[in-house]
Design a protein around this ligand. Structure first.
Ligand code: MTE
Ligand code: MO
Length: 203
């Protein structure tokens, strides 16, 4: 079963479709590549997805096991802190809710640190990856996600600036405190809400 989720719901700052967050421009058909590290090459069969930290049941899924989970799709815009936004993106994968339902965060879990196979990290409040707001995705426009864009698999948190969407994600660690990731330690905002223009620390 494919559940289609158009944008995000239930948020006061939701904008009408097509509206740009402050300071952003529409990049059109392009999808720029922004990577701090060398693009890794790995076989999906060697990849695993783990949810650990403050969970009742630390869980690791193989590629085949992740593919077998109920699929979920996102359709809508993405927003990069470098000021481009892209409308009408369509990603397929699994909702982070599905992974968390199996791993079961403990009551004190309130933040997540996402880690990539490359060592790239980014931090998120738990509330920003639950209730249908975040995905682990492996298709774009119905095709395998291109390697430059995080293929075979990346995190997708489209309501926040795109640096939160860790490419080549392999681990979500539940924490009771906010632990800064790569760009956050280098001056980017801890949360990164484009509608509040939270680009840098102090914004
Ligand atoms: N592993 C990893 N994930 C990453 C990054 C990165 O450098 N490494 N860059 C982030 C930033 S700043 C952006 S804007 C998006 C870019 O994704 P794209 O190259 O698919 O456009 O990935 C995010 N995820
Ligand atoms: Mo970015």
């Amino acid at each position: 079963m494919v559940r289609v989720t158009r944008g995000f719901t239930g948020r006061r700052r939701r904008s009408p479709a097509g509206e740009l967050p402050p300071g952003q421009y529409d990049v059109g058909g392009d999808w720029p590549v922004l990577t701090a590290e060398v693009t890794p090459r790995f076989d999906p069969d060697d990849w695993t997805m783990t949810v650990d930290g403050l969970v009742e049941r630390e869980t690791t899924w193989s590629w085949a096991e992740v593919q077998a989970l109920p699929s979920s799709e996102y359709e809508g815009p993405i927003h990069c802190v470098t000021t481009w936004s892209k409308f009408g993106t369509r990603f397929g994968g699994v909702s982070v809710d599905t992974l968390l339902a199996e791993a079961r965060p403990t009551p004190d879990a309130s933040y997540v640190l996402a880690t990539s196979t490359t060592g790239y990290t980014t931090n998120l409040p738990l509330a920003d990856v639950t209730a249908g707001k975040a995905w682990v995705v492996w298709t774009y426009d119905g095709r395998p996600l291109p390697r430059d864009h995080g293929g075979p698999v990346r995190l997708l948190v489209p309501h926040l600036y795109f640096w939160k969407s860790a490419k080549w994600v392999t681990r979500l660690t539940l924490l009771d405190h906010d632990q800064q990731g790569f760009w956050e330690r280098n001056g980017y905002h801890d949360r990164g809400d484009p509608w509040l223009e939270q680009r840098y620390q102090g914004d």
